[in-house]
Design a protein around this ligand. Structure first.
Ligand SMILES: O=C(O)CCC(=O)C(=O)O
Ligand SMILES: [Fe+2]
Length: 379
C-alpha cells in the first residue's frame, strides 16, 4: 500500500522558500542553501565535451521523420529512417526529430500562454497546487516548491497533469481558461499520437510486433502518461544550482519541446553534451521502463538542465507511461545466450513507488530491477 507522505516531509514542503518569492527580490546574489547543489553534482567544465578538432561534431542525431508520417511514403526511405531511430535509441537513448507534423504555431501559442501562467502570483498558481499527500503519488498540478526526487532543490517550477487540462485550469479560474487549456490540450494530444507512432517504429526495430508498446496508449486503455510544462527562471548564480539534476526518466518514453535558450545536457560516455536547440525540433528519449522492456537494447540515458543568468527557459515534456498494473518484462524474443536477461520483471506501479521513495541521482532508480544488484527489500 502506498504510504501517505506526512510529518516532516510535508512540513518541509509547506515551509520551503518558493522560487518566485526569491525572484521578486531582485537584489539576491546568494542562493538559499537548499538551492545550492553539492559540489559533486554542480556544473564542472572538466566533465563536459568541448567541441574542437578532437570532437568536431558530437551532437544528438537529428532525424527527419516526414516519410514515416506520410502514408504513401517511399518504403526504402521509411526503412532507413526507422533504422536510424532504432540506432539512436541504442546508441544515445536520445535524438531530435524534425518535420514531425506538429505545427510550430501550436508550440508558439502554448509558449505565450504558459509565460502568462508562470507570471501569475504564486497565490494564484497554488490554487492548482501539487498535493504531496496524494496516495497515488502522481505528480499533478502547479509545483513551485520542489523538495523531492533530486538531492537538492532544482531551480524550476512546473505545471503538470494527466489528460484533462480544462479541469486543472478550473481550479484557478472556475469559469475555465480556454486560452490556456485549449492549446495545451491540443499539444499533448498531438504529442501522444506522435509518441504512439514512434513506439511502433521502436517495437518493429526490436523485431517485436509493432503494436507491442503503442497498444498500451490506446484511447480505451488506462495509462499513467503525464504532461509537464517546466519553467526555469533566469538565475543569479547558475554556477551553484541546476534546473534539473542528473536523472534518467523512469517512464517508457519521453517527448520534449525545448525553447531556443538551451541548457539541456545528455551524458555520453561519461561526459555531458549540450542538446543544441534546433528550430521546430522535438527531443525524444528512452525511459527506464523501455530500457528494461527492451532488455537493455535501448538505453535510458542520464540528462540534466543547466540554468543561466540571462534568460528564463521553458520546456514541455510528455512522459508516456503505462498503467501501474502493467508488468515490465522483456519478451522472450529479446533474451538469448548472447543477450541474457538483465532486469527482473516488475510492476510499473511498484517502480513508481520506489522512484518516489529515493533521491534520483543519475540512473540509480533502475538499480531496483537490475539482476546484477540485490533486490530491494520486500521483493
Ligand atoms: O527541461 C528539459 O529540457 C528536460 C526536463 C527533464 O528532463 C524532465 O522533465 O524529465
Ligand atoms: Fe528528464
Amino acid at each position: 500500500m502506498a504510504i501517505v507522505e506526512q510529518g516532516p516531509a510535508l512540513r518541509d514542503y509547506e515551509n520551503i522558500v518558493i522560487l518566485q518569492s526569491l525572484l521578486r527580490n531582485s537584489t539576491i546574489v546568494d542562493l538559499p542553501e537548499r538551492y545550492v547543489w553539492t559540489q559533486a553534482l554542480r556544473r564542472n567544465l572538466a566533465q563536459e565535451y568541448v567541441l574542437n578538432e578532437e570532437v568536431p561534431d558530437l551532437t544528438l542525431p537529428i532525424i527527419d521523420v516526414s516519410c514515416l508520417l506520410d502514408g504513401a511514403g517511399d518504403s526504402a526511405a521509411k526503412k532507413k529512417v526507422s533504422a536510424a531511430i532504432g540506432a539512436a535509441c541504442a546508441d544515445w537513448g536520445f535524438f531530435q526529430i524534425i518535420n514531425h507534423g506538429i505545427p510550430d504555431e501550436l508550440f508558439k501559442e502554448v509558449d505565450v500562454q504558459a509565460r502568462k501562467f508562470f507570471a501569475l502570483p504564486v497565490e494564484v498558481k497554488e490554487k492548482a497546487k501539487y498535493d504531496p499527500r496524494r496516495k497515488d503519488k502522481i505528480v499533478c498540478g502547479y509545483n513551485g516548491r520542489l523538495t523531492r526526487l533530486s538531492y537538492n532543490t532544482p531551480w524550476m517550477e512546473y505545471l503538470a497533469d494527466r489528460g484533462n487540462v480544462e479541469q486543472l485550469t478550473k481550479m484557478i479560474w472556475p469559469e475555465g481558461n480556454p486560452a490556456l487549456s485549449k492549446p495545451l490540450e491540443e499539444m499533448w494530444r498531438n504529442l501522444h499520437t506522435l509518441g504512439q507512432d514512434l513506439l511502433e517504429v521502436l517495437a518493429a526495430q526490436l523485431g517485436l510486433e509493432p503494436r507491442f508498446f503503442s497498444r498500451m496508449f490506446d484511447d480505451n486503455v488506462f495509462h499513467r502518461s503525464t504532461w509537464r510544462y517546466n519553467h526555469y527562471p533566469a538565475c543569479p548564480r547558475p554556477d551553484l544550482t541546476l534546473g534539473t539534476g542528473p536523472h534518467s526518466d523512469p517512464n517508457l518514453f519521453t517527448l520534449l519541446k525545448q525553447d531556443a535558450v538551451g541548457g539541456l545536457q545528455v551524458k555520453k560516455d561519461d561526459k555531458w553534451v549540450d542538446v543544441t536547440p534546433v528550430p521546430g525540433a522535438l527531443i525524444i528519449n528512452v525511459g527506464d521502463a523501455l530500457e528494461a522492456w527492451s532488455n537493455g537494447r535501448y538505453k535510458s540515458v542520464e540528462h540534466r538542465v543547466l540554468v543561466n543568468e540571462k534568460s528564463d527557459r521553458f520546456s514541455a515534456v510528455y512522459l508516456m507511461a503505462p498503467d501501474a498494473a502493467q508488468i515490465v518484462e522483456a519478451p522472450p524474443q529479446l533474451i538469448d545466450d548472447e543477450h541474457p536477461s538483465l532486469y527482473r520483471p516488475f510492476l510499473y506501479g511498484d517502480y513508481m513507488t520506489h522512484m518516489m521513495s529515493i533521491r534520483l541521482a543519475g540512473k540509480n532508480c533502475l538499480d531496483y530491477a537490475r539482476r546484477d544488484k540485490a533486490p530491494p527489500q520486500g521483493q
